[in-house]
Design a protein around this ligand. Sequence first.
Ligand SMILES: [Fe+2]
Ligand SMILES: [Fe+2]
Length: 203
Amino acid sequence: MDQQLAEGLARQALLFLDNATFRAAQKDHALHVEGLVKEFTERELTWPEHIDNVVALCMRIAGVLELPDDKRELLRRAAIVHDIGLLDFPKVDIGPVGGPVDHVGRGAARLEQMPLWAEVAPIVRDHHERMDGSGPLGLSGFALGLPARILALAEYIETVTNPASPWNTRSAAQVVAELQDPKDQRFDQRVVAAFLAGVPGAG
Ligand SMILES: [Fe+2]
Ligand SMILES: [Fe+2]
């Protein structure tokens, strides 16, 4: 059995929660997160469709990599809330480069407070990290989990290619060429290959 699932069940047993109570708590957390996402969308803390595009791209890469369903679901949830830490900043502070430095830490801290979302927190915390250690926390290589490595690439591609993004600096062809360059070691090469496999003429 998946270790996280086993731990979840053990915790549930420890708290003597019957299934109905547990499901109600789960619904509370879902509603809480829904409220945060609604506020995030209403305040327009990112350009339109950033989150949807990142979720879709993550799912496409996860499909190519044949991630098991539980990992895929974890990644999907992380992608939905990956920039939720921006809620802690006034919109005017977002930019010009990369957004407020600690929106990843703030986002992870918020999620850690919610037991049913805590497992997503490390992915959110690591989504600006790079395989070569050039990210803000300096984590590198396989210290980063696969979901975080997928989210990092998906967010990067969306951010630099979406004309609505303030960091739109690349055409689609340029970002493909950049990722195909063997000198570029910022991202997990297996994840890059999975992304390129879905790009006509690049795989
Ligand atoms: Fe983002
Ligand atoms: Fe981000």
